[in-house]
Design a protein around this ligand. Structure first.
Ligand code: GLP
Length: 240
């Protein structure tokens, strides 16, 4: 694990955006797993700025959405697919056929999960996974207790995770389940880059950076990854 500590959230996001931009131009095709969440807003903003300055070409990038809510209607603005459309996919020249999302509207969700895992494998696996982290240590939607070898599957969401995102939903609308790529799926990626910013992430970053590998803090599995970078701002890194 390599820790990259930046002085501010903007600097941390710019670092990650620059890192992705370099990947986009250096290898084609490249398969990237993209996270959603508030932490990523600044990354995708700065990626747009870089793209404007440098005319980045995204036609060789295959986009894999890491996770998605189950139970929302296709027009719900809280779908992660909608987030990614707004912040990333709609902003660059991706090819339509290069966008991969788990089919949370399928009649058989377990089958949809298996198909998504197979799609990742058939594309040659993920070259890079961009991750955020939940306050309880979840990555994608791998909640505490997720096995190190877990694959793409349907999962229940914890109260902590539902509470963190509840404001975005109408009363009683916050989903109970989601479809997520597994810890095992993430661990097979060529590189993992986790960005955490803000004081609210300081405690979980302390557990990740200084604690043992423990399935109750799913992100700690990444410490066994051969190419894992943890990018932090000064608030998220203040306890380590
Ligand atoms: C979300 C997503 C994760 C994300 C995490 C942190 O629910 N499933 O992929 O990394 O929780 O989100 P935020 O950046 O909003 O704190």
């Amino acid at each position: 694990m390599e820790i990259i500590a930046k002085n501010s959230a903007v600097e941390a996001a710019k670092f990650v955006a620059r890192y992705i931009a370099k990947k986009v131009t250096s290898k084609k095709p490249i398969n990237i797993g993209f996270a959603t969440g508030r932490t990523m807003d600044a990354v995708y903003y700065h990626l747009c700025e870089l793209s404007k300055e440098e005319s980045l070409d995204f036609t060789g990038v295959r986009v894999f959405l890491l996770d998605e809510y189950i139970g929302l209607t296709p027009d719900n603005a809280n779908l992660f697919r909608r987030y990614l459309d707004l912040h990333l996919i709609g902003k660059h020249n991706f090819k339509k056929d290069n966008i991969y999302v788990p089919d949370v509207f399928a009649a058989d969700l377990d089958q949809a999960a298996r198909e998504y895992e197979a799609a990742i494998r058939e594309a040659g696996g993920l070259d890079l996974v961009l991750l955020g982290i939940g306050k309880n240590g979840h990555i994608a939607f791998n909640e505490p207790g997720s096995a190190a070898d877990s694959r793409t599957r349907v999962v229940g969401l914890t109260t902590s995770t539902r509470d963190a995102n509840r404001n975005a939903f109408l009363p009683n609308e916050a989903p109970l389940t989601a479809l997520t790529i597994g810890i095992g799926t993430i661990m097979e990626a060529g590189e993992c880059l986790l960005l955490a910013t803000g004081e609210s992430k300081a405690e979980i970053i302390l557990k990740l950076a200084n604690g043992d590998i423990n399935s109750q803090v799913p992100a700690t599995a990444l410490k066994l990854h051969r190419n894992f970078q943890l990018v932090l701002d000064s608030d998220a890194s203040k306890l380590i």
